[in-house]
Design a protein around this ligand. Sequence first.
Ligand code: NAI
Length: 475
Amino acid sequence: MANNYDVAIIGSGPAGYVSAIRCAQLGLKTVCVEKVTQEKEVALGGTCLNVGCIPSKALLESSLVLLNANENLKVHGIKASKISFDLNQMHERKNGIVSTMSKGVAGLFKLNKIDVIQGQAYVADEHTLQIISESDDSNITAENIILASGSKPIELPGLPFDEKLLLSSNGALRIEEVPNRVAVIGAGAVGLELGSVWSRLGSEVTICEALTEFLPNADDAVSKEALKVFSKQGLNIHLGTEVESLELVENKVRMILSNKELGDLEVDKVIFAVGRKPASEGLFDPKLGIELEDQGFVRVNEFCQTDVQNIYAIGDLVRGPMLAHKASQEGIMVAEKIAGKNSSINYKNIPFVIYTHPEIAWAGYSEKSALKKDIKVEVGTFPFQANARALTSNEGSGFVKVVVNQEDDSIIGVHALGPSAADVVQQGLIAMESNLNSEQLGSIMFSHPTVSEALHEAVLSSKGKAIHLNNRKRK
Ligand code: NAI
């Protein structure tokens, strides 16, 4: 392994590994340094693949199958009794998926002739990485360096994770026995997804959220309906509620909450889901002059270039939402920039998804955020209750909502709560990125019966032309 590269990438998450593959495709000699090991093999794939999106989706799916077996089979006229589950097997399935995916990344690296070094990298100067590993320390040099070291779960002051009773999102994916009572701190994507998993598996789940507003970044109509649906599912969501103190008593946690109506809460596990912070500490020599912003984000320009010209930073390490797809897109952009190509990202249209059931997704402006910018909008909404495919799947809750700019008829926001919400919103996003206006999207033929028709009808309804509902205005 020669130790001089065109590009050296620190981190193999969705930012780093995707960037490495694109660099290699463009003919750049590339190395990826990853510190995390799994049974002495390098566990490629970062947070998303190893302790985030993928294992959480595996458990969400298993717990949803259980919920459907218990509650929805009878709707279809199917009779089953004595349904039980084996949590161990659920974890094994999850671990198997993670391992397959991680090996898949290793295979792609091999295919693309990307070198992998196991160890903790430190940027010593503009072109040198010091690598500290269990076996030895070494140096490599590179023309360009990409920082993609990701993020870590935030601990509340004085309440460090012990991963036994006080769990980070990592520990919450490895609980070995279903706890009777679980408290989740934070009602963001992580809190709602993990809260859903343990609630479906039988825990009594209480979610404490500091803000008085539920999902403030979603469209108001979506967050209002989602709160109703999740509460009906049995998630006890308490807004305006913070943890004042915790006491560990004989394998249980006694929590004093700011919301005195709730009283003290005694639970078997506490899952902290209060956000993540960039893993920028100890990553580079401060003499390099790379600036950190608030909360430790590495300062970059729109092309993810740091204050040092040949050093880039991407993914959770830099401004913008901590989302795998945003990270990967930045990885591709930076690889292409390094290879001398024109490449950019439209940060206005980043899709957000929360994998609850029903799923929540959105992209672009909400009705409220458009109004705040003085954009005059017309909105169109279509309920899944009136969508044939959703009803045949027993998935009639929720709706699709589109936000259209009155001035030029452009679609500026798409929101969904319901079946395949992420895919429905993605279709709206493709229309937005392709500058299709609502008239044009409305004139496209959608297959019948599909849940996508709800997007079509929502767009039509913004003009009072929806077919399967009573339009408030008619044209
Ligand atoms: P988040 O920032 O989305 O939500 C954290 C919530 O905790 C906020 O609502 C905040 O008000 C609340 N909070 C903070 N301190 C609190 C306190 N002391 N007591 C009670 N509540 C408190 O962070 P989350 O859910 O941990 O996710 C981390 C990152 O990972 C986010 O950027 C998220 O977008 C991303 N992610 C995305 C997923 C997806 O796309 N499906 C899934 C999981 C994570």
